[in-house]
Design a protein around this ligand. Structure first.
Ligand code: GLU
Length: 372
């Protein structure tokens, strides 16, 4: 058995992310490509695998349909284009899958909806129910209503979050590049292809540089971020070229196509959610508390220097020390009460607040460490 097949094992659930540059060729939506993806996914499904799709292309298709060319950061027209393009995009996917008797469902995501824990759990229920009923969920960001502060920003990140949230075994990112090289292959013809990455360290990040495309938003950097999100979820990830014959089917089957990023140790689902949810406030802590948090201990009120923003006890906040964000957490108390017990010993909590939920300001299970 090849090393690739051994690492991947049997892929039960897979997320396939398709970038704008794969869908739009010379300004035209490539229905041939979409048909081919649908055919490969139908085959995977026949073999008993579950498939979810994250599709880009709404903005690109919408701009083309409207015949406009906005300036790089002109938001309103891009958002309008997204709403035009998204319905065309879904119509095309529905047509491609209909040829195989497969129904598709549209799920449009925003970071604020994902950041609400109940909505995130509800998302899982919806996805499970769709998959049980043999429907293919097709995700995109809800670009028409997103504002910059609460954007996933790119579909590489979104697809990794979907893969993580849905406990998928593999994320396949189809792109206009066939994988990771040790330098930019568009500039250096001696660039060396990297078939497997076991750990994303500074060396790997340096290889990625800033390779991007003109229509989509993701470059190699966002793909590495995606691989890190997947690694935390115990999910492998492959970047492959959409131009490679049968790339979707072959990557899942374990053929040596694209670059494989091997998953890391699985972090609990709650911590993964905390890490990627939108933070609504900040808790500033001292060096002692930083040490405790980084050592996977809980955060005690005594180590809190100040509290910023207004938040409730179920919300996600950043934990900050010396100006850097070291973790995100769901605190045991809301901002007003936390501010009242900041710097105090835990045995004073009841006397100050008149009640006590925990000795800790945030229990360790509710703290997700960030890379620092
Ligand atoms: N959500 C965007 C779209 O559908 C694409 C974002 C991306 O390219 O990563 O047009």
């Amino acid at each position: 058995m090849s090393e690739r097949k051994e690492i991947l094992g049997k892929v039960g659930r897979v997320v396939v992310k398709i970038g704008t540059s794969s869908l739009i060729k010379d300004g035209i939506v490539s229905t041939g490509f979409m048909d081919s993806v649908a055919e490969q996914i139908a085959r995977l499904r026949d073999e008993g695998r579950e498939v979810l799709i994250v599709t880009s292309g709404a903005i690109g298709i919408g701009l083309k349909a409207m015949g406009v060319r906005p300036k790089p950061h002109e938001m309103p027209i891009r958002q309008a284009a997204a709403s035009v393009g998204q319905s065309i995009l879904m119509q095309r996917w529905a047509e491609s899958f209909q040829k195989h008797g497969i129904l598709v469902a549209q799920i449009l995501m925003t970071l604020d909806v994902y950041s609400d824990r109940d909505s995130a759990i509800n998302l899982n229920n919806t996805v499970e129910s769709l998959l049980e009923n043999k429907v293919i969920p097709i995700f995109n960001e809800n670009d028409a209503v997103c504002i910059n502060e609460i954007k996933f920003g790119d579909n590489d990140t979104l697809s990794a979050i979907i893969a993580s949230r849905t406990d998928s075994d593999l994320l396949v990112i189809l792109s206009d590049i066939d994988g990771l090289y040790d330098s930019n292959p568009r500039e250096n013809k001696h660039a060396r292809f990297i078939p497997v990455v076991y750990r994303i360290d500074e060396k790997v990040r340096a290889m990625a540089g800033d390779v991007g495309s003109s229509l989509g938003t993701g470059g190699m950097r966002t793909k590495l971020d995606a691989a890190e999100i997947c690694a935390d979820a115990g999910c492998n990830m492959i970047i492959a070229s959409s131009g490679e014959y049968g790339a979707v089917y072959r990557t899942v089957a374990g053929d040596d196509v694209g670059t494989l990023f091997v998953s890391g140790d699985e972090v609990t689902k709650k911590r993964r959610w905390i890490k990627h949810a939108h933070a609504v406030g900040r808790i500033v802590v001292d060096a002692g508390a930083e040490k405790a948090v980084l050592g996977h201990k809980s955060l005690l009120p005594v180590g809190i220097l100040s509290v910023e923003g207004t938040f409730g006890k179920g919300d996600v906040v950043e934990v900050v020390c010396n100006g850097s964000v070291i973790a995100k957490a769901v605190p045991s108390y809301g901002s007003k009460d936390l501010a009242a017990i900041a710097g105090k010993h835990s045995d004073e909590i009841e006397a100050i607040l008149g009640y006590r939920v925990h000795d800790d300001a945030a229990i360790s299970e509710n703290i997700a460490l960030l890379k620092i």
